[in-house]
Design a protein around this ligand. Structure first.
Ligand code: 5AD
Ligand code: SF4
Length: 340
């Protein structure tokens, strides 16, 4: 008899089916909205979940908690030596979850093929600029060429349609909204703009410096005709628009997405649960509380006990992130240690 699935429900009627697993807090870039230039005190090796521990928690999430989508993130997940094996293990689960990766694409030239073969279904790549100097200003590393090579490799390996994520920062790269879309359309990639959230390690985020989705759409509309997308949005955070006159290689209409995490929060439709690289469950990016599963795991807990603890952690999920509340406090972990 298979174990019954008891889903990750909360007291507001939401059910989490989308698991984000952070595989490392390290990164080879230092995007200003995420990490300070000098880096952060990294987690110590023994504190990280081992590959076997990650595999066990992913299995339990899929088999007992009703998780249907698993996304691997970081930090930069390509820096995790066991990544390909972790993806392959997840691909062997029943029911087979959909598997995706959020990455800066540095190193993907080598890994795109093996990852696709291991069963990776989809990929999201961060790309904030096409200008090498701006790339340095935004990420403190001269790596634009590596990122572009990684994007091409993902496309060649069939991880398509390649999805790109862009964070626009007012006065820094917001003039690239239309050029980035043009570049993506030409190659058949799907671009999405994400509003910058208060998750930087330096706690320098200010609502007034954030480029809003409304501004981004205005910039795009100056160059392209955007039509409402008739497709259902569901729990998806991106609001998508069809770009008139453009199609993907397979003939489907080309789209552009905007994610208004701050100006129009989608918390009421959130279907996510998160696991940090050191084995803590977070019910939200902005949680100020987390639930440690690693101690239980290493103390010999059964699958039942782990699943029950995970359910309890999610039941307490707050209704929203409250970024606009005067009493909002940024979480103590920055984005790189939570996972995007
Ligand atoms: N606000 C919005 N998006 C962010 N990302 C990282 N930090 C932030 C932030 N503060 C994005 C990255 C990547 C994904 C993991 O999240 O650009 O695409
Ligand atoms: Fe690295 Fe991603 Fe953070 Fe940039 S946003 S520093 S690529 S983890």
């Amino acid at each position: 008899m298979p174990t019954p699935v008891l889903p990750l429900a909360d007291r507001y009627g939401r059910v989490a089916t989308d698991l984000r697993v952070s595989l490392t807090d390290r990164c080879n870039l230092r995007c200003t909205y995420c990490m300070p230039p000098e880096g952060l005190p990294w987690l110590h090796g023994p504190d990280l979940l081992t590959d076997g521990e990650v595999n066990r928690l992913v299995r339990l999430a899929v088999e007992r908690l009703g998780v249907t989508e698993v996304r691997f993130t970081g930090g930069e997940p390509l820096l995790r030596p066991g990544l390909v094996g972790i993806v392959a293990a997840a691909a062997r689960l029943t029911p087979r979850p959909s598997l995706s990766l959020t990455t800066n694409a540095i190193g993907l030239e080598r890994l795109a093929g093996p990852l696709a073969e291991a069963g990776l279904d989809r990929i999201n790549i961060s790309l904030d600029t096409l200008d090498p100097e701006r790339f340095v200003a935004l990420s403190h590393r001269r790596r634009l060429d590596d990122t572009l090579a990684g994007i091409a490799a993902a496309d060649a390996a069939g991880l398509t349609p390649v999805k790109l994520n862009t964070v626009l920062i007012r006065g820094i790269n917001d003039d690239e909204a239309a050029p980035l879309l043009g570049w993506a359309l030409q190659r058949g990639y799907e671009l999405r703009f994400i509003e910058q959230m208060p998750l930087d390690a330096g706690h320098t985020w200010r609502r007034d410096n954030m480029g809003t989705v409304a501004e981004t759409l205005a910039r795009l509309r100056a160059a392209y005709d955007l039509l409402p997308d008739p497709a259902e949005r569901g729990g998806a955070p991106a609001e998508t628009w069809l770009v008139a006159g453009y199609t993907l290689a397979d003939g489907r209409p080309a789209k552009v997405g905007v994610i208004a995490s701050v100006s129009q929060p989608f918390c009421a439709a959130c279907d996510r649960t998160r696991l940090t690289a050191d084995g803590a469950v977070r019910s939200c990016l902005f949680s100020r509380e987390e639930t440690d599963l690693r101690a239980l795991l290493r103390g010999g807990a059964s699958d039942d006990m782990l699943a029950e603890r995970w359910r309890a952690a999610m039941f307490g999920k707050l209704p929203g992130h409250g970024i606009d509340n005067p009493e909002f406090l940024q979480p103590s972990r920055p984005m790189s240690a939570i996972g995007g």
